[in-house]
Design a protein around this ligand. Structure first.
Ligand SMILES: [Zn+2]
Length: 216
């Protein structure tokens, strides 16, 4: 098959190849340079990486393994790999592949995946920033890693829920009944009123005993 010379060619090759993606290990990662080319509103450009991607994919398609048919009496295993630019998985039984799965990840979602794993995935116990950072740094590093970890931990919903269980805000209780004037007052601001003499707010003080309103 000749090297594609137009977006249309790339699209049809990619489409056909996609049909067999289940037979190709790391399909998404291998095909990634071509998916860039077939994006909308991008002029056709074919470089070295595309050529390599095209050839690798052709090669893998022609040498695609014969996939085993699943047998339900045999244990199936899933082998995952997220070390490259994407995540890949192979479903196999008795070491014979039944299907390949792959997803190319952008830099951002790859990092999110790593942070999710390091902070709360698997056996991780939603540790704080320092511990999470240490776990990530055992295998990875990228610029502003610490900031990303801090942001991730601060946004973790599970951690938020756990914290509010530890420090409950308590219930809203009715205020005690006052028994003398000007002992128990409440105050509030009323803001954003139409301006009168350059002023647009009212400071409201209420004496809770008498119920008198004292706008200032
Ligand atoms: Zn958490």
């Amino acid at each position: 098959m000749a090297t594609p010379t137009s977006i249309g060619h790339v699209r049809s090759f990619h489409g056909l190849a996609s049909f067999y993606r289940m037979f190709v290990r790391d399909f998404s990662t291998v095909a990634a340079p071509m998916t860039v080319v077939i994006k909308k509103n991008v002029p056709f450009s074919w470089g070295e990486v595309q050529e390599k991607s095209f050839n690798t994919l052709k090669e893998r398609l022609t040498q695609a393994p014969v996939l085993a048919l699943p047998g339900f009496e045999v244990m199936s295993e899933v082998e995952c790999d997220a070390s490259g630019l994407g995540i890949g998985a192979v479903l196999h039984q008795r070491k014979r592949p039944m299907a390949f799965f792959s997803e190319k990840l952008s830099g951002g979602s790859m990092r999110d995946l790593i942070l999710t794993e390091a902070h709360g995935g698997g056996l991780m116990g939603h540790f704080g920033v320092d511990k999470t950072l240490a776990v990530v740094m055992e295998h990875f590093f990228w610029p502003h890693l610490k900031k990303d970890v801090e942001r991730f931990c601060a946004r973790c919903i599970v951690c938020h829920k756990a914290k509010s269980r530890l420090h409950p805000h308590g219930l809203y209780l009715p205020l005690p009944i006052s028994n003398a004037p000007w002992v128990d007052i409440s105050m509030d601001f009323v803001l954003g009123l139409p301006k009168i003499k350059h002023k647009d707010s009212i400071f409201v003080v209420v004496d809770r005993f008498s119920g008198t309103l004292h706008p200032v």
